[in-house]
Design a protein around this ligand. Sequence first.
Ligand code: ASP
Length: 583
Amino acid sequence: MYRTHTCGELRISDKGKSVTLSGWIQRSRNLGGMTFIDLRDRYGLTQLVFNMDADAVLCNEARRLGREFVIEAEGKVAERSNKNPKMPTGDIEIQVSKFRVLNAAETPPFTIEDESDGGDELRMKYRYLDLRRNPLKNNLLLRHRMAFETRSYFNSQHFIEVETPVLIKSTPEGARDFVVPSRVNPGQFYALPQSPQTFKQLLMVAGYDRYMQIVKCFRDEGLRADRQPEFTQIDCEMSFVHQDDILAMFEGMVKQLFRAIKGIEFDKPFPRISYTEAMEKYGNDKPDIRFGMEFVEITDRVKGKGFSVLDASSYTGCIVAPGCSEYTRKQLDELTEFVKKPQIGAKGLIYIRISADGSVKSSMDKFYTPDELAGIAAATGATAGDLVLMLAGDRTETQKALSELRLEMGNRLGLRQKDEFRPLWVLNFPLLEWDAETKRFYAMHHPFTSPKAEDLHYLDSDPARVRANAYDCVINGVEVGGGSIRIHEEQLQKKMFQVLGFTDEEAERQFGFLMRAFRYGAPPHGGIAFGFDRLVSLFAGEDSIRDVIAFPKNNAGRDVMADCPGEISEEQLKELSIRVKKS
Ligand code: ASP
């Protein structure tokens, strides 16, 4: 071994010991007759000291060492005269008697400190250097501990981890597939799994009634911020269970992670709300319930007073911003600008101020008497000192915009603290989603999700009305997991494919293998998958999942470190029977 101890290990109780440390030079300082070097490894930092008086040759050699050189140093543990209480090793230093350079280093392109001077792209290009920094290192350690806890929880619940293939037949999860050409089957392609969905269902048919896997999934989606083309799921499936059994099992997992990793105890069951209620109260199927500000609908109450905007709207809704009655003109203008941004899409913002003395002022007081305004304000639940913010228009669009405004107000009022966690379940999602462009229904979750038995009869007459046995786990406005009770009967699965617009032949070609399996004794089953990267980033307090992935892609889906994707040789193309169209 190149070391007797790590750089994070030695304490005052080790005083006098002869030790050898190896690591990277974080920083060195020359102070008169002394040279100090902070030596770093994964475990921490230890100060090395060289003394001109004691050994001028060695000290001069030490002065030639640069940042990030890898060295091995031998010496004695000594008590520091100038202790650093911020460092775990801050009471001691190593009086070096001998060292050797294991490898020299070029000056790194950015500082490898907690706060780096490197921009995003540069740090991505030199990811291995960025990973030396504490913030990323701590994230990867956290990720490891969370994976370990997850496996330990499921192991204690008799789940087994089974690996499923990566080269597969396409499984729809609502995104585009990444495809891999097959050399030995010219003109044919594998898909990379958007999730192991069909395999985990087949494992249930095979009798492995509790399956889990921490698994890579691949989705070729529009590259929105904070999406990665490959990401990791905690993927699970269970047999002979009802929805409540599944919620209890996976709520147990989330609670265990919070307990073990963050020391947070949730003694009550997570709240559960229906999709419909989530949309009506928060305009969002992943509501952030760290704060209230629930929507109040006043569509009918405000009609008939000559304000054409409200008369014509199918939805008028508002939120009450507590204590904001004295918002300035400028603040209100900012909010108006905010809701009018194209991605939010509102036409304008209406407000009612209820001043501390109870008097009411509004941007729509042309149309309503003071009494009427006070009546509207009272209907929203606002009291003295509050500000009512109102949007109107088409129901769904307005609720979406109001949701954004609510979140913005939550931010402005400091109601979305990163160290407060409020999980909940959202239940009873619609089974299907109408797509106006392609004029067909899509599965809101995926085509293997079972409809609610009591809604089955709408499947032909009014498909949009059918609710699914589907559920999402949401924490702080982030969907961390989603799943469903599956269809386990061939006939119903066939019917589902029909509703989704598949011909019988198409369904057979794509999913024949699954429907065939259902003929051989498929147990009732259901499951869920958690977005592992997202869960870790939430625990880490990071905004981006990139910060908890060792080697992520950039926003254009590129690995800027290895410069990939890239072209392949003519030779390889020929072997794959592929011709690339030059654009
Ligand atoms: N396969 C689903 C997904 O990736 C999760 C599930 O239904 O279990 O979202």
